[in-house]
Design a protein around this ligand. Sequence first.
Ligand code: KG4
Ligand code: ZN
Length: 342
Amino acid sequence: MNVVLTLETTCDETAAAVVNERLEVLSSVVASQDALHERYRGVVPEIAARAHVERILPVVDEAVRQAGITLDDLTAIAVANTPGLAGSLLVGLVAAKTLCVALRKPLVAVNHLHAHVYACRVATGRDVFPCVGFIVSGGHTTLYRCHSPSDFVWLGGTIDDAAGEAFDKVASMLGLPYPGGPAISRAARDGDPRAYTLPRPFLKDDARLDFSFSGLKTAVRYAITGMGRCDFRTLHLPAQQVADLAASFQEAVVDCLVAKSLLALRRTGLERLCVGGGVAANQLLRERLTAATQQAGVELCIAPLELCTDNAVMGAIAVERLRAGATESLDLDIQPGLIRPK
Ligand code: KG4
Ligand code: ZN
């Protein structure tokens, strides 16, 4: 049976997993860099790349050890080579290629966004294709029509910030810790989501499957500071104002995410929505998507929390590519930008 080692270093998580052809997860190791980036309230690409260099080999060793196999037992090495931070991607790719050369194993390329959708396939243990795939993370807010694990068509996405990035930046303005998503959710519990009227770009525009969060972020800034300049580091907002802003912001983001994923389902006529990415851990988003898909009579698959945030288990999509004979030459390069197929 095919057994694949998958590597994931697209952003700030150094991860490796061992999965077999039946999509059984033999091991999964994730070394988070949150502590390194916390003081900057966002991922610093150079720090991320250097941390991957230090961690990738121990993480691979640990994944192989936990799987109870040796490197020789592997059929192939898979690595996410797109999209992501250039320096981070390079570390994973070089590690994967080196293992392939040393072990004489084939290399399999993984698209990180497709892998986020595939996390739903691994989690449910049954076929989830065709579906609308929705990736909501710190770097991406992207909708795909997914015919099969190898056939993804880009439907729409953010024209500026990703949803998670907006959570992180707004948390920073509110004096909340990094990563901002969980911190905003917690603060929002005591807040009134109607306290502030915030913009919901494209919400009523049924012609577009796009998102925009940078104006929403700016609107939060103006709600805090007015039009004037302000040093957020020295600002101490009353707890109720923080809670109300967090709740109002979260509500606006969730409204947009739910509306566009439902629009994508209507447009494509597909009857299943598969959601992945760190923001899919958001409880309000989960509840609203559950209610909206139930009402629309379509199926919802959201990966469990540990498979929503970046991990290497979702790289199990490599098993599909391997089965189809889609291995790569050692000339494989990174592709940091998002590929938008027509
Ligand atoms: O998928 P992920 O781990 O990394 C990327 O590929 O970006 O997503 C990280 C993002 C961060 O922006 C974080 O703030 C957000 O996911 N996030 C959340 C929640 N948990 C994590 N956003 C909203 N609500 C949450 N509960
Ligand atoms: Zn991701």
